[in-house]
Write a protein that binds this ligand. Sequence first.
Ligand SMILES: *[C@@H]1O[C@H](CO)[C@@H](O)[C@H](O)[C@H]1NC(C)=O
Ligand SMILES: *[C@@H]1O[C@H](CO)[C@@H](O)[C@H](O)[C@H]1NC(C)=O
Ligand SMILES: *[C@@H]1O[C@H](CO)[C@@H](O)[C@H](O)[C@H]1NC(C)=O
Ligand SMILES: *[C@@H]1O[C@H](CO)[C@@H](O)[C@H](O)[C@H]1NC(C)=O
Ligand SMILES: *[C@@H]1O[C@H](CO)[C@@H](O)[C@H](O)[C@H]1NC(C)=O
Ligand SMILES: *[C@@H]1O[C@H](CO)[C@@H](O)[C@H](O)[C@H]1NC(C)=O
Ligand SMILES: *[C@@H]1O[C@H](CO)[C@@H](O)[C@H](O)[C@H]1NC(C)=O
Ligand SMILES: *[C@@H]1O[C@H](CO)[C@@H](O)[C@H](O)[C@H]1NC(C)=O
Ligand SMILES: *[C@@H]1O[C@H](CO)[C@@H](O)[C@H](O)[C@H]1NC(C)=O
Ligand SMILES: *[C@@H]1O[C@H](CO)[C@@H](O)[C@H](O)[C@H]1NC(C)=O
Ligand SMILES: *[C@@H]1O[C@H](CO)[C@@H](O)[C@H](O)[C@H]1NC(C)=O
Ligand SMILES: *[C@@H]1O[C@H](CO)[C@@H](O)[C@H](O)[C@H]1NC(C)=O
Ligand SMILES: [Cu+2]
Length: 648
Amino acid sequence: MILSLALVFLLFQQVLGATHVYNWTTGWGYANPDGIKRREVVTCNGEFPWPSVRVTKGDRVIINLTNGFNDSNTTLHVHGMFQNGSTQMDGPPFLTQCPISPNDTFTYNFTVSDNAGAYWYHSHTDAQYEDGMRGLFIIDDGENNKNFPYDYDEEVLLEIGEWYDQTVAKLKPAFLSLTNPTGAEPIPQNLLINNTRNLTWNVEPNKTYLLRIVNTGGFVSQYFWLEDHEMEVVEVDGVVTEKNATDMLYITVAQRYSVLVRTKDNKDKNYAIMQKYDDSMLDKIPKHLLLNQTSYMTYDSSKPKPEEAYVNSLDNFLDDFYLVPYHKQELLPEPDHRIELTVAMDNLISGKNYAFFNNITYTTPKVPTLMTVLSAGKYASNSYIYGTNTNTFVLKRNEIVEIVLNSQDTGTHPFHLHGHVFQTIARAGAVDDNDPPLPFDPKNHTSFPEYPMLRDTIYVRPQSNFVIRFRADNPGVWFFHCHIEWHLIQGLAIVLVEDPEGIQSNPSQYLTDSHKRVCKNSGVPIEGNAAGTTDWFNLALENKQEKSIPSGFTAKGYVAFVFSCVAGVLGLITITIYGLMDLQNVEEKVIEDLQIPATDLLEEDDDEEIETNQVYAKSGKSEGGTLEEEQKLRDHETTKEVSKTSSK
Ligand SMILES: *[C@@H]1O[C@H](CO)[C@@H](O)[C@H](O)[C@H]1NC(C)=O
Ligand SMILES: *[C@@H]1O[C@H](CO)[C@@H](O)[C@H](O)[C@H]1NC(C)=O
Ligand SMILES: *[C@@H]1O[C@H](CO)[C@@H](O)[C@H](O)[C@H]1NC(C)=O
Ligand SMILES: *[C@@H]1O[C@H](CO)[C@@H](O)[C@H](O)[C@H]1NC(C)=O
Ligand SMILES: *[C@@H]1O[C@H](CO)[C@@H](O)[C@H](O)[C@H]1NC(C)=O
Ligand SMILES: *[C@@H]1O[C@H](CO)[C@@H](O)[C@H](O)[C@H]1NC(C)=O
Ligand SMILES: *[C@@H]1O[C@H](CO)[C@@H](O)[C@H](O)[C@H]1NC(C)=O
Ligand SMILES: *[C@@H]1O[C@H](CO)[C@@H](O)[C@H](O)[C@H]1NC(C)=O
Ligand SMILES: *[C@@H]1O[C@H](CO)[C@@H](O)[C@H](O)[C@H]1NC(C)=O
Ligand SMILES: *[C@@H]1O[C@H](CO)[C@@H](O)[C@H](O)[C@H]1NC(C)=O
Ligand SMILES: *[C@@H]1O[C@H](CO)[C@@H](O)[C@H](O)[C@H]1NC(C)=O
Ligand SMILES: *[C@@H]1O[C@H](CO)[C@@H](O)[C@H](O)[C@H]1NC(C)=O
Ligand SMILES: [Cu+2]
């Protein structure tokens, strides 16, 4: 009797799914993942790294996230989770919830209904995950992953990423500042593997491993290869694929690859696991940066460790565009709704470098967008109420949406869509820095794949384009953004309000008590438009981006000017004045006031990126301020900002 009751219970559990509860409190501690420098890291219940989560498809997950920081807000996002019927649990602040204030707790509560495979979770606030607030989130498809279509003997997780020797709190003020006019991203000191380096993976011969590789970094893509071992790709971003064998992967941040690795039939030697920076993403390559990181695939620990494994070319990595999903899905039909996005990076009046989709740098609304949807009634389908500076697009239920992304930037960017996987139907090659950007031409493109690859994070090549499609069948408020944390800070994001009526009519995605309390504690209203008012079409008080640089004054010229001013306090005051005044002829006025030869100011740089040093050198020449003086000033600026942040 007891046995049968237990059986019934087990059966019940399997049908309904288990519930997993995690009580996590954030905090600061110390760790030394790269073995070079002990530094402050974000801890989970006092520990680092954050735990791996493993659940089975159909299970419920409850994460009570308590903000244990003294001076920062926080939030948590499970990357790739569809959150179907639970958009309010997705995590991004000002989209689906309010920022969680220090000492407050938010309860994430959702069922893992349609996802399986390798996922991860991370803070969606202020690049906190670069400081360690991230972990793996693995979902079995059925008990012991029994519904996964390929055989393997053992599953092994591998988290890769990058690491800075300083916290984001230190790096960010210097990054988003007038002293970094080209927006050069901070360069990570090391690549990590499982939150360490020089890792040993003990393998047994004659076995098939399912190796799940997850890039939880916030900036650089990595080349990944195993010496003399082929990898058969079987899953990307939680989408099972037809097998495709390769010797090398190219993994952007936020992407996941699961591969089958067949080990040798003997234990004669050990082999290298290699990670390499995509150094084309770095503005400059520091002399001592270790570009190739070696770890060890060890068959026999008594045998010597392998040396670094070289390859002749990095060009032969698997091009994920050609992967075919195992559960084939035909090319979606011509779109009902096409969204064209142009990516650019440029300076605004302060001289800081921002990122733009269609000239807009994402600026948070005063009311989280989901709460605008829930409180706006019939106006929810009018995109205007979500603000003019949030790049919000309203999608109709079940329409086919196509996003055409044209990048004018010379870097590679990984873009991520929340709430969906999308079909990648076109992606063009990289365009050389000296040539003009190549926008997608709907009248001239290679034929779309019959069964396009599906995933949730995809890169665009330098100055190039991609086209993705999906069906708007998941009511919710979803971010589409660059997953380079620095670029998200710079505003490279849009918001999709998908099927607002569908959101309003499903009580399972209404605000919980936890939402309401968190909003109250952070002083954020839970109803109204982007400007925080229920006078729905009045956006007078919405948050806006800074002004543009006055026309006629080129960004580079402005930046050069700013640099020539940085030499002295007088210069800073001047900038403030110019920033505040709506000048018609700022250029002439500046030249007049400062008596600088116009050629020095407006000299257009042929290189797309001016290296910070060059700018310093140039301004040093034109305005007589010495390099050292400027360096001192910059250091002073940085330290000031930092101490301000940490004493808050
Ligand atoms: C989480 O905390 C609640 C109380 O806040 C407690 O009842 C529960 O047992 C805890 N769960 C775990 C898994 O720690
Ligand atoms: C890895 O090896 C390098 C070079 O030998 C060493 O400097 C570093 O401390 C090691 N890191 C770890 C985490 O073991
Ligand atoms: C955490 O989750 C549990 C579910 O086990 C819930 O009962 C409890 O109220 C939550 N605790 C907090 C502090 O929110
Ligand atoms: C936390 O969020 C609230 C609401 O947006 C904001 O007023 C406050 O400045 C934030 N705190 C920090 C430390 O960023
Ligand atoms: C934190 O919150 C708890 C209750 O949730 C309260 O008892 C405590 O006083 C708070 N601490 C601070 C420092 O605000
Ligand atoms: C989680 O959500 C379910 C379904 O809405 C609800 O029954 C349950 O009480 C919630 N649990 C917590 C801890 O909020
Ligand atoms: C990497 O870390 C994960 C999570 O802690 C662990 O399950 C896995 O076994 C580690 N991989 C290797 C190769 O050690
Ligand atoms: C691996 O399998 C082959 C044949 O299947 C066998 O000959 C060999 O001994 C095995 N190697 C080891 C180390 O077990
Ligand atoms: C890194 O690896 C690549 C590919 O094997 C090789 O061409 C390059 O020389 C290596 N660089 C260094 C610094 O070891
Ligand atoms: C495997 O990838 C190559 C390109 O890397 C592609 O040409 C081929 O069609 C793919 N095959 C399958 C079955 O995915
Ligand atoms: C962005 O601004 C440029 C220059 O002001 C203009 O030509 C272009 O049409 C704008 N693009 C969009 C999508 O608004
Ligand atoms: C079509 O695109 C290709 C590749 O970008 C280009 O070489 C060709 O000139 C284009 N043809 C037309 C008619 O625009
Ligand atoms: Cu980017």
